[in-house]
Design a protein around this ligand. Sequence first.
Ligand code: AMP
Length: 191
Amino acid sequence: MLNIVLFGPPGAGKGTQSERLINKYGLVHLSTGDIFRANIKGETELGMLAKSYMDKGALVPDEVTINMLRSEVLNHPDSNGFIFDGFPRTNAQAVALDAFLESLNTTISVMLALEVEEEELRKRLLLRGQSSGRPDDVNPEIIQNRINVYNNETKPVKDFYLAQGKFVSINGIGEIDEISNRLYTAIDAIK
Ligand code: AMP
């Protein structure tokens, strides 16, 4: 199985690049943000809970997120592998993901981290806000909060994979195709 953590701050291009990777490598795309948004749209209990955090640019509690992620993985028993997009976002999530994958006799193959500096992220997110319909992309304060949450809570997750020799940094600046090619090269090197 090929299990990829696609890592990076909000606006780094994780969603765009995930679409390309799932087509090229036949993987299942699990974006926790997308799953929460689908639940908000469907007005589920989980959606209402998630919305109260997402609207502020805060993280949804670990226990809720981890349980949801586990059930999504179990929904795809015949998968060749997964792209985890936007998960894990805390060390507790990374530890839980490792234990869960081990129980399924598999593991994370690689963490690919899209590196983009903050000023560029702010620009991209505001631009995306004009068309994405995402309330958390419109307000500069909420965008800044998401970037701060990334720096404080999510960035340290890279050390978890660094310690396992699974961390690969990818330059996230440039043409979309160019960045995809960097990702393909990194994946083909570990396959
Ligand atoms: P994203 O679509 O990845 O930018 O996520 C949008 C929002 O969903 C985040 O700002 C969080 O509020 C929530 N979210 C997504 N993934 C997670 C996660 N792994 N842990 C906690 N909250 C998450």
